[in-house]
Design a protein around this ligand. Structure first.
Ligand code: NAP
Length: 523
């Protein structure tokens, strides 16, 4: 009881040690108090959102009178010192180069939570981060990094628009959880990124410019330029050079429309080729535990972007194709054909008609399947299917799309490969070049489906390893699961169990007593 009496009814700020939290400071109306240092764009949007979420906001400014009119009425705009002393959770909405001007608030902010919302000007790879520097300036405060990945606009609009995720990190778990609680109350989704050392990564997040798209976009553009030039030389320049025929009008639509499907098919093959390389490497190594070379890793990680680039080219090809009859040149060709018919020429060639029907049908089907792949690659859709469904769509239907697109191209090429006139400037028709990669991928996939290969790959992917293979069996166990490939020479404590197919293996031995003998053959 005497202890109780000795305790002050209202504790002075800074007492109690450690970090104090949001619940500790409330306004006279009972609303939790949140402080903001700085009165710029971010501060204004944050203040409006906090007020809307039921917080009492105290904004600290170097010149409160000038800035007060810019804030909602419910927010209190005061001096930096006053704001720092009223709230236990304070947002530092000031550019990092001005953090040092706040040092006079150090004693007032001791034991409180500081939220660093700052961003850098360029990607900082070496550190220290702004948040780490702020923590060095205010060693007695708990710094939490966060809110830098959302813009002032998103804050103003609220979580119904824009990104809802807020990445947070900090060394003091209580301080971090109070900021997470505040995020949830504002309608955002906090994502805990761990300790303050992750702040560099969080600060760099808004500065990246499509890092995962660079290589796929570069591939798409390079292939486009290559095939465009190739088609230009064959279809536009060759007739001009050899026969003086000017068909330069083909450049904006015709040539582009022949180039786009070529790029789409090669890009789609590039989606499935790294999977084949990975499977071949695993078969070669006899294990899935070796790391892939970094170029293959990066390639495997870019498959979604490669696939979306392929879909984009295919969709453009469909739109261009639909527009072909609208061109004046196409109408002239129709008129010429009509005149030929009047002249008694039979322009109906059965094989040609069938080729066109099948070619279009395969193209539409391929585009439909590609659209399905593109839609399921969206995170919101991918999250609604389980792993098996996702891999069925991306792998099985993906290979169906590749096969259908290959058939579409084959039908387009028809028998042109055997027509010497098609080798203009000694260059083979474009479709022949395009078909090389899909043919390799599809044949490779078929080879992997061969039962002996598929079984071995399946075992490897379930953790079986060629070089570490051991089978433990009790004496008299006469079974053999077929996994055994090498004889393992061990210090013998038990007689070998001999399998029906003659593979000898030892048993009951701890791993450390085992030495591998890869040269030993079957017993
Ligand atoms: P701003 O409009 O320029 O506001 C900065 C505020 O800092 C000023 O209004 C000023 O308010 C205050 N300040 C305190 N000491 C200062 C000093 N010595 N010199 C200059 N200003 C000082 O900037 P902002 O766009 O609000 O951005 C503030 C912080 O939020 C930055 O670190 C930024 O990286 C981060 N951020 C901004 C956005 C965004 O969309 N704007 C998004 C994410 C993160 P007083 O004059 O009233 O003191």
């Amino acid at each position: 009881m005497p202890d109780e009496m000795a305790r002050p009814l209202i504790r002075g700020r800074g007492e109690g040690g450690g970090s104090r939290h949001l619940e500790a400071s409330t306004s006279e109306h009972g609303a939790p108090v949140v402080g903001i240092l700085g009165t710029g764009d971010f501060s204004r949007s944050l203040a409006s959102r906090l007020v809307a979420s039921g917080y009492h906001v105290v904004v600290g400014s170097r010149n409160p009178k000038r800035s007060a009119a810019l804030f909602p009425e419910e927010a209190e705009v005061t001096s930096q010192m006053e704001a720092a002393s009223q709230a236990d959770l304070v947002f530092v909405a000031v550019f990092p180069e001005h953090h040092s001007t706040l040092v006079e608030l150090k004693p007032t902010l001791a034991g409180k939570t500081l939220v660093d919302v700052s961003n850098g000007l360029r990607i900082n790879r070496d550190g220290p981060s702004n948040a780490e520097q702020l923590a060095e300036l205010f060693p007695e405060s708990s710094v939490v990094k966060g809110f830098n990945t959302i813009s002032a606009w998103t804050l103003q609009m609220g979580p119904r628009d824009g990104s809802r995720q807020i990445f947070l990190c900090g060394n003091n778990s209580k301080a971090k959880s109070s900021v997470m609680q505040l995020c949830r109350r504002m309608g955002f989704v906090p994502v805990d990124m761990g300790l303050l050392s992750s702040s560099l990564e969080i600060e760099n997040l808004p500065l990246y410019l499509f890092p995962s798209w660079r290589v796929p976009v570069f591939c798409t553009l390079s292939l486009f330029v290559f095939f465009y030039v190739y088609n230009f030389l064959r279809d536009v320049l060759q007739p001009y050079v050899t026969a003086g025929k000017s068909v330069f009008y083909k450049m904006p639509i015709n040539t582009v429309n022949v180039t786009l499907p070529a790029v789409a098919l090669v890009m789609l093959s590039l989606v499935y080729l790294p999977g084949l390389c990975a499977a071949l490497l695993q078969l070669w190594w006899g294990t899935k535990y070796n790391r892939f070379p970094s170029w293959l890793d990066r390639w495997l990680n870019s498959r979604k972007q490669l696939g979306l680039c392929s879909f984009w080219c295919a969709a453009l090809h469909a739109i261009y194709s639909l527009c072909l009859p609208m061109r004046k040149s196409a109408r002239f060709k129709l008129l010429i054909t009509a005149q030929q018919m009047k002249g008694g020429d039979d322009v109906w060639v059965d094989a040609e008609v069938w080729r066109m029907e099948l070619y279009l049908s395969a193209g539409i089907m391929a585009l439909g399947l590609l659209s399905l792949l593109a839609v399921t690659s969206l995170p919101s859709v991918a999250n609604t299917v389980n792993w098996r469904e996702f891999s069925f769509i991306q792998s099985t239907l993906g290979y169906c799309a590749l096969s259908t697109a290959t058939v579409h191209t084959l039908l387009y090429g028809w028998d042109h490969a055997f027509d010497p006139d098609q080798y203009r400037f000694l260059m083979p028709p474009t479709f022949m070049l395009v078909l090389v990669l899909p043919a390799v991928v599809l044949l490779g996939r078929l080879a992997l489906l061969a039962p002996c290969v598929a079984r071995r790959l399946g075992r490897i992917r379930r953790g079986w390893e060629k070089s570490r293979h051991l089978h433990f069996a009790l004496p008299g166990d006469g079974f053999c699961n077929g996994l055994e490939e090498r004889m393992v020479k061990v210090s013998v404590r038990q007689p070998p169990a001999v399998c029906n197919d003659g593979v000898a293996f030892r048993n009951h031995l701890p791993l450390h007593s085992v030495t591998k003998d890869t040269t030993a053959g079957r017993a």
